[in-house]
Design a protein around this ligand. Structure first.
Ligand code: DQQ
Length: 585
């Protein structure tokens, strides 16, 4: 393993000039070889533009930041293999000029010292007023107790922040007496109060099953004192991990905010990751910066809050991109096949594409969209204007390789007359509704959408679609990503994922869908980023043949395609040599 890592480092100089070059016009892969036009690498599931290290296991995104013109992503990384690596977790570290093309550096943090010798768990970056970044992270100490540590760059003027120093005075926040030793972790980005004290949010689990988000205050990042009031506390959902608290601007302004611009903040967002469901939930509310409390309308059980993603992602973390004045979200998309499968592949876990997030005009929901830089990977384009998909019909999208694509479609639904009726109970569980009324079940208005990663005979395909229902005199739009036919392989988790899309279809008479296809990822944005579903998929056919892309309509009314743009995507430079696909196929 050490040898592998060294080999990767030897290419770092070449990679860096590519990933950090101002034009970012990558003509060459990071190992210096020209882009191949050959078909498939032997690992047909390796993503071409979704972030992953060259090998081994990754999970949560950690400490994302923008520093001296360079984007940094750290991530939970097991240097010893493709499993989670209890006891051996490090912080992998990659840098980028554009959040798309990445070069790997040496690990930023390894479990070396009594306060983290059993693992460097998740944490976050904070930029001090003088521009120096500081990391707060969880260490699993020599007695397997979780504590919070601090780390500083050895040389903060190095834009690459290659070396990190862990002061010997760690841990800076030892385990409190009332918190369980294995339930105290994941410090957030710290924020500075008007009183000149720093605050940080930390997850804590108690004996009685309560999961809390505690707040600590400090003047120097060294001595921390716990606030009596937690930011959040509930016995309903159990342990909550990876808290993220951030300000959002008034909906009329799409710009992101950091805590320093609190005067522009209309609201704050609290995101929590629920360990039991492995899902992230967020709510928009009011943060009181004197009492360090957070209030919101709605249920205290965070599992009733909104979700960034109705698919298979977890442990998301946002950061303020001071370069482009936006808030960017990363999330981990774990594998959905078995441990022996990903051990055999030698890698596990990808990140969703970085997403810009901002508050929707209703003031309650966040909108999400792939950062604009993703479009730099678009190459061959096919487009359609004013096409139709007949009732019960399918239209093939040709001219774009189907395993590495970015598709944007606007569907027009001129009449809603044929919409199916929806009972009140069916509103409660969109995933169940996607299962009962899958793409093969004839509807009225829909199901219509895309079939991606489809085999020649269509035996394998992932269906991403909408269905319009009538409920209580109004209309509801359901979005589904159905994985049940995504692979003929058994032992793969392949549910139908679903969420309602908060649009007024009666007024708009149209709905948009953007789907990013990347070998084993199908990441879809419905209703201009109102509902997002990310899935991991493992089509068998992709080992030997290309994949088809189609539009389909299994409703009883024609659906108009007001606009379709489909791009084949280039491979991003992705952390050094890989054995996966280098180009679409
Ligand atoms: N992953 C980390 C923990 C965190 C969990 C360990 C969430 O710090 O709570 O890899 O996925």
């Amino acid at each position: 393993m050490a040898a592998l890592r060294l080999a990767a480092c030897a290419t770092v100089a070449v990679q860096l000039c590519l990933v950090l070059s101002p034009s970012h016009s990558l003509r060459w892969l990071s190992d210096g070889k020209p882009e191949s036009t050959a078909g498939h690498g032997h690992d047909s599931y390796r993503t071409a533009y979704h972030f992953h290290p060259a090998n081994n296991w990754q999970d949560d995104p950690n400490g994302p930041m923008y520093h001296k013109g360079v984007y940094h992503l750290f991530y939970q990384y097991n240097p010893l293999g493709a499993t989670w690596g209890n006891g051996t977790l490090s912080w992998g570290h990659s840098v980028s000029g554009d959040l798309v093309n990445w070069a790997a550096l040496d690990n930023a943090l390894d479990p070396t010292t009594h306060f983290d010798v059993n693992g460097c768990y998740s944490g976050s970056a904070t930029t001090l007023p003088d521009g120096t970044p500081v990391m707060l992270y969880t260490g699993v100490n020599a007695t397997l107790v979780q504590v919070q540590n601090v780390a500083f760059p050895k040389n903060a003027s190095d834009p690459l922040l290659r070396e990190w120093v862990k002061p010997s005075y760690n841990p800076v926040i030892p385990l409190p007496g009332d918190v369980l030793g294995r339930r105290f972790r994941d410090p957030s980005t710290a924020w500075l109060g008007r009183d000149g004290l720093w605050r940080v949010a930390v997850s804590a689990g108690f004996k009685d099953g309560t999961g809390s988000t505690l707040v600590y205050r400090s003047k120097d990042f060294r001595q921390w004192e716990r606030n009596a009031e937690p930011l959040y506390s509930s016995g309903d959902a159990g342990m909550v991990e990876c808290p993220d608290l951030f300000p959002v601007a008034d909906p009329s302004v799409q710009k992101g905010l950091d805590f320093a611009s609190r005067n522009d903040a209309a609201w704050h967002v609290l995101k929590l990751s629920v360990m039991a469901t492995q899902q992230d939930y967020y709510v928009v509310g009011l943060y009181d910066d004197a009492a360090d409390t957070f209030t919101f309308a709605g249920d205290n059980d965070c599992r009733t809050w909104q979700r960034f993603d109705y698919g298979h992602v977890y442990a998301s973390k946002s950061f303020f991109d001071a370069g482009k004045k936006r808030r960017v979200l990363w999330s981990w998309a774990n594998e959905s096949d078995t441990e022996p499968d990903y051990v055999a592949r030698g890698w596990a876990g990808v990140q969703t594409v970085p997403r810009k997030i901002w508050l929707a005009s209703d003031g309650k929901q966040l909108l999400q969209w792939p950062i604009e830089e993703i479009a730099s990977l678009r190459k061959t384009r096919v487009g359609l204007l004013g096409a139709e998909v007949n009732a019960g019909g399918m239209n093939e999208i040709t001219g774009v390789a189907g395993s590495q694509a970015d598709l944007e479609v606007v569907f027009d639904v001129p009449s809603l007359e044929a919409a199916e009726n929806l009972g009140p109970n069916q509103l409660l569980d969109p995933q169940k509704l996607c299962e009962e009324k899958d793409a093969s079940v004839r509807g009225g208005i829909g199901p219509f959408g895309l079939l991606v990663l489809a085999s020649v005979d269509l035996q394998e395909h992932t269906a991403v679609f909408f269905r319009v229902f009538r409920h209580d005199g109004k209309y509801k739009v359901l979005m589904c990503t159905d994985l049940r036919r995504s692979t003929t392989r058994a032992s793969v988790y392949k549910p139908p994922y679903g969420g309602f899309v908060n649009v007024d279809i009666e007024k708009d008479r149209s709905i948009s869908l953007r789907t990013l296809v990347d070998h084993s990822v199908v990441e879809s944005y419905g209703g201009s980023g109102r509902t997002v579903i990310t899935a991991r998929v493992y089509p068998e056919h992709a080992k030997t043949t290309g994949s088809r892309l189609l539009m389909f309509n299994n409703g009883t009314r024609v659906v108009k395609v007001a606009k379709l743009d489909a791009w084949e995507m280039k491979a991003a430079a992705m952390n050094g040599p890989t054995e996966g696909p280098t180009t679409a196929g």
